[in-house]
Design a protein around this ligand. Sequence first.
Ligand SMILES: [Zn+2]
Ligand SMILES: [Zn+2]
Length: 321
Amino acid sequence: MQPNSMLMKNRFQLNYIFALFLAFFSSKSVYSQEFKSEYTIIVVIDGPRYTETFGDSTCKYIPNMGKSLVKEGVLYTNFRNNGPTFTISGHTAMTTGVYQSISNAGKKLPDNPSIFQYYIKEKNRDKSDVYVVASKGKLEVLGNTSDKDWWNCYMPITYCGVNGQSTEYAGDLQTTNKVYELLNGKTPHLMLVNLLAVDSYGHANNWDQYLASLQKCDTIVYNLWQYIQGNPKFKDKTTLFITNDHGRHLDGHKDGFVNHGDKCEGCTHISLLAMGPDFKKGVVVTKERELIDISKTIAFLMKFNMPSSKGEVMDELFIGK
Ligand SMILES: [Zn+2]
Ligand SMILES: [Zn+2]
């Protein structure tokens, strides 16, 4: 071998080793990225239209979120339910990362395992470390899946409907009280909360109470964030996602705000406000993101794998990205 080609070969090998070295450390840095967040809470305000939330530039029905909480986190103005725009399918999109047409009466389990199950399994957590607290009893199905490898395994605790009995609909006051009971006790590290009043008054064709309920939810999430930031156990250790399962028909389309369930702009356009110690503050993202991305983002934040999720990590949320 000529000295020149020896040199070339050595250089090639060195470059190769260097590239491997870089690849190893850059991939390692993704996995070993340290996050401050320890607790994750998803609050689902069930069924308001974007036109009454952040789509109204005065945010008059959500003054706390629209004027105060937006400064504390990242607001997505083009957030979507791109699957069936019903309650159960909207929630399972978030928790399984897959859009599925599923009984909206709670008669069927989701096809895919959830963030709750992946988290409990991979992190070897007790079921009491994960809670689903929902005003709607039928949302108990979020705790399980029909996937044969996961059915009845690694299930979170559910407290849904009247007295947590998984039946009927409970008031949002009961749900909120349960959330504070958990926060004040052995707090679960992952929790999903559903508040129903906005949706219920929408279906009842009660415009005034629909709006009043939205204002109440705005106060509930504001108080929750104040509680978190005022408590050393949670302050700068808690991530809060505030979103919706679906919107409602736009005015002039079918029966307008009374119902939902199709692919119209009103039903698919929802919002996400995400706050936490690892997220940027006061940022508005106009890029389209969707419900299934919540699952993958939580898996990334809480460091577990979620191979069946079809969502993407919402990288732009994170400080430094
Ligand atoms: Zn709903
Ligand atoms: Zn619609």
